[in-house]
Ligand binder design. Structure first.
Ligand code: ADP
Length: 387
């Protein structure tokens, strides 16, 4: 951590909830324990439990209306759950009002005061806490260093770009060295080309300051790029929680497999399991898929596009895989420069493959190609049958 970052986060001013243990032990930074929330007669969150370890960045991802914002507002204290507890660093804060929870919040709309200078915006939470002038001036300068905008203290936020305003909002949220940072769709008001920059800036600051963060987003790429863990919410229930790799490589359902990326589902039947490897009969022949728990019966084999190789020379397939090679008919090719997406079919089965744009012999629609499938990269789900 740089000196200014260290000072910006130094505990010279009491955090708002001094009785909250600063953590560092084994307790989670934030914990929801069997939380149920209703609006009138409609139950939106059901028995939802979630624990975020200290210093982790977790994204709440899900379709619109799935309850993400309700989770965030419950953690912040704007919503009181019908049942269940909210704990911060092991302390039950379910009954505690928002301003006493020691949480920094960043909103999609920045929520800066337009008539105040950037410095006055940053100073606002510090003044409310009764900090002295000198300390406030130094803290503002340190916070501006932290977000790499050292020269904007005297201007009004409205003179800044959207990306800069969001970085000031982030600095303000970090001013009180919060136990937890809540981010409510923080990138959705920004142009597409700024989102990546501001997203990586948020991640850098979160890691540099060691602050635990919970972000709401409906954008899968944002969640994958920024978060340590992603909780996917569907209808107020967590469908799956895990690292981006867990979600992509080990989806728990067809919904999850499709929600986090392209997938082809190949119907199959597990004939036998030997040494943790399933022999699966499929329209693509027998695939050898590692799965220590699957039992004999109907399954769906999940194939990701990058696991379907366009085979120029079968002898050059990696010897570590369990390959089967098939003749396929190319239906469509989309060229993106660095990669190509190929829709191809083997009999009635339609497959999505992706290959490097530097593939020597780029296929065209109507061509016959050979495709290779490495069973050791496949995932098995309980069979749902053809759709
Ligand atoms: P998300 O953030 O995933 O889009 P929300 O948490 O905002 O989802 O909303 C979850 C569900 O609760 C939605 O069906 C929404 O219409 C409903 N809802 C949200 N806020 C209110 C409210 N204040 N009053 C009534 N229903 C609400």
């Amino acid at each position: 951590m740089t000196e200014s970052a260290r000072r910006a986060m130094s505990p010279e001013i009491d955090p708002p909830s001094a009785d909250v243990d600063a953590g560092g032990g084994t307790t989670a930074s934030v914990e929801l324990d069997r939380v149920t929330v209703s609006y009138g007669r409609t139950t939106v969150l059901r028995d939802l439990s979630l624990a975020v370890p200290h210093g982790q960045f977790i994204a709440l991802l899900g379709p619109s209306g799935s309850g993400k914002t309700t989770v965030l507002r419950t953690i912040a204290g704007f919503i009181r759950p019908d049942a269940g507890d909210v704990r911060l660093a092991g302390v039950d804060v379910t009954e505690r009002p928002p301003h006493k929870r020691g949480i920094g919040v960043v909103f999609q709309s920045y929520a800066l005061f337009p008539h105040m200078s950037v410095n006055d915006n940053l100073a606002y939470p510090l003044r409310a806490k009764g900090a002295d002038k000198k300390l406030i001036a130094r803290r503002c300068a340190d916070l501006l260093e932290l977000v790499r905008l050292p020269h904007v203290g005297k201007v009004r936020p409205t003179r800044l770009s959207g990306g800069q305003q969001q970085r000031i909002a982030l600095a303000r949220a970090l001013a009180m060295e919060p136990e937890l940072l809540l981010l409510d769709e923080p990138l959705s008001n920004l142009d597409a080309n700024l989102r990546v920059d501001v997203g990586s800036e948020i991640r850098r600051l979160q890691q540099q300051t060691g602050t635990t963060a919970v972000m709401v987003t409906h954008d899968r790429k944002e969640a994958f790029a920024m978060a340590d863990q992603i909780a996917v919410l569907v209808g107020g229930v967590i469908e799956q929680i895990g690292s981006p790799t867990d979600l992509y490589r080990r989806p728990v359902s067809r919904f999850m497999a499709e929600f986090v990326g392209d997938a082809t589902f190949v119907p199959g039947t597990v004939r036998a399991v030997e040494d943790g490897v399933a022999r699966v009969a499929t329209p693509l022949g027998e695939l050898l898929v590692p799965d220590p728990v699957v039992e004999a019966g109907a399954v769906d084999v999940v194939l990701r596009p990058e696991d379907i190789a366009l085979v120029e020379d079968p002898a050059r397939l990696s010897s570590s895989g369990a390959w089967t090679v098939h003749e396929a008919h190319v239906d469509q090719v989309s060229y993106f420069g660095s990669s190509i997406a190929v829709r191809a079919s083997v009999g009635d089965l339609e497959l999505s493959a992706v290959a490097s744009g530097s593939t020597v012999a780029l296929p065209a629609a109507g061509d016959s190609v050979r495709i290779g499938i490495d069973g050791s990269r496949c995932v098995l789900l309980p069979g749902e049958g053809p759709r």
